[in-house]
Write a protein that binds this ligand. Structure first.
Ligand SMILES: [Zn+2]
Length: 68
């Protein structure tokens, strides 16, 4: 199963992985679930997964949380 990482902020494709169902389960993703618990994961009709994350430029442009 192909999993494509997309930036939730700008929509850029961050990367794509080919994952087995076992690997997906290890990530806490059930590839057979129609409604994913995680809102960040969308299942495309073709069976591909779209995992919403953030690309580096967007992470860099975000306010930095200072740990003091
Ligand atoms: Zn981005």
């Amino acid at each position: 199963m192909r999993a494509t990482y997309i930036c939730d902020c700008c929509g850029a494709i961050i990367g794509a992985l080919s994952l087995t169902e076992d690997e997906l389960r290890q990530m806490g993703i059930d590839p057979r679930a129609e409604d994913q618990d995680e809102a960040v994961i969308k299942t495309a009709p073709a069976g591909d997964l779209f995992i919403y994350s953030l690309c580096e430029p967007c992470v860099d442009s975000m306010p930095v949380f200072e740990a003091e």
